[in-house]
Design a protein around this ligand. Sequence first.
Ligand code: CTP
Length: 412
Amino acid sequence: MDAQPKPKVLLCVAGGIAAYKSVVLLRELLERGCVCKVAMTRSAHAFVGAATFSGLTGQAPLTEFSDHPGEVHVELAQWADAIVVAPATANLLSRAAMGAADNVVLATLLCNQSPVLFAPAMHESMWNHPATQHNVGLLTERGARWVGPEHGALASGEQGMGRMSEPINIANALDALVVKRRDLHGVRIIVTAGPTYEDIDPVRFIGNRSSGKTGYALASCARARGATVTLISGPVWLSPPSHVSLVEVRSAKDMHDAVAAHMPHADVLIMAAAVADYRPHVVSPHKLHKDEQERTLTLMPTEDILANAGQKLAANSPLLVGFSLETDNVVGAAKRKLLRKKLDLVVANRAQEALENDSTQVTLIDHDGEQTLPSMPKAQAADAILDAVAKHWRRRQTASDRPTLLALDGAQ
Ligand code: CTP
């Protein structure tokens, strides 16, 4: 980890036998240059002494709201660059998943916007239980990261899955998370999300089945990794992530205008929106009534927002990331879009898997090649997509690869 600025890490300790290893973890984090605070659940005190943590950090661990004036959980969440929960017991995971806030650890997790790493530790049967797996799924959806559990000797003396990862492995995972957290610091990113609605009359429109979940997850993850995010969203049923500037639009034309207005101040444009390709030629100002006749709707092509952005390539133009949703020949079609729209990166996915689903399987395609990722929750996929965006951004910062793209001018 960089020495400047020192990452601020909150270590949360829950009540499990593996709590003794969290002392070693704390020492490891301090040796790596982190500034650490510790919060413990009440039951953690039965397994490890508060004095041990105080000895290492010079500060008493936080457990009771009543011991501290003000809103200690809010202050802790705002202070931390990252939170590591080790050990994360089955009980703690279940209560964190349900949004409980009746102790300092849980209340801090509920206020937190920074990356969270859970290091689970429990008996194998508890880890495998559908309730625990459901909670792990819920927390993952909300952006939680995991290290372990591992297979090995459990507290019961049996061998099995459920042993907390070794402190060095937890510290390594946290290293990656904290470094990642900063990798988009100050990068100005536009993310578009959701469908567009193309009105037919005041009560009807042409839309599509995009939920907006991938775009919203991208906006949230990019923000968590330090980016300044403008989220341009079609009509969706999602709450916007905090600290993101939201621009709500309805039609492809609205989205085009909003992107055009924000592009001059953007470093990256991620077009995750399912933009309508056609709109009705005429929008009736009055509700259309039925009759016995066939009716024909004349459709006009909408402006291709991404292709337009690709046409205006200049030395300082944003990095362009497109999505390609297909039912067949998913990768081939995406490669064609990469060239045709002059993109830096295209994210290909299969409509049958991505639409109205919480998970997705994507293939990342750029001018170097392609990488197919396993099926994963959209929040996790967003993080993986941003890894690729960050790679391109770093490359852009060191040596511009724009001339290569300009050389593609005219390629179809
Ligand atoms: N896109 C856009 N403006 C449009 C249509 C699409 O900016 N009017 C963007 C999408 O947000 C996506 C990418 O272009 O990032 C590819 O969209 P997609 O619908 O998969 O492909 P199209 O270019 O529309 O081509 P086709 O419909 O033939 O697949």
